[in-house]
Design a protein around this ligand. Structure first.
Ligand code: 5GP
Ligand code: ZN
Length: 116
């Protein structure tokens, strides 16, 4: 999608600090990190949000692909010996600001047990 920020990051048109990449996803540093480690796991194919993604066979396959390489992503983020939080904000009311599905991988410090 030409107008989508994360599609433009995937294509390389918008620069990002990529820490991991394979055929189906890229992982890059969040521009406004909320913790010492804050990266975004982003499927290369455009799905607007998580529900749209899992409603399609292809999206479910991509989600499965993400789970398969999660240990590699965690290692690339330097979190292999630590805990972390994996977050998806789904749609506007869920706090999603970029309408291209993504997962926040957050860590590098002790995180509050409280969820908003
Ligand atoms: P959401 O609010 O949709 O769950 O997360 C979007 C995230 O994308 C935010 O944490 C925001 O800081 C990050 N972000 C927005 N624009 C850019 C950008 O141009 N580059 C990078 N690397 N991150 C961005
Ligand atoms: Zn997109």
């Amino acid at each position: 999608m030409k107008s989508c920020l994360f599609c433009r990051i995937v294509s390389g048109e918008v620069k990002s600090d990529i820490i991991y990449e394979n055929d189906v996803l890229i992982v890059f540093k969040d521009i406004h990190p909320i913790a010492p480690v804050h990266v975004l796991i982003v499927p290369k194919k455009h799905f607007s949000h998580l529900v749209e993604m899992v409603e399609s066979e292809e999206g479910r396959t991509v989600l499965n692909d993400i789970t398969k390489v999660l240990p590699d992503i965690v290692r690339s983020a330097g979190l292999e010996n630590r805990g972390f939080r994996l977050v998806n904000n789904c749609k506007e009311e869920g706090g999603q600001t970029v309408p291209h599905v993504h997962f926040h991988l957050i860590g590098g410090k002790s995180l509050s047990r409280e969820l908003p």
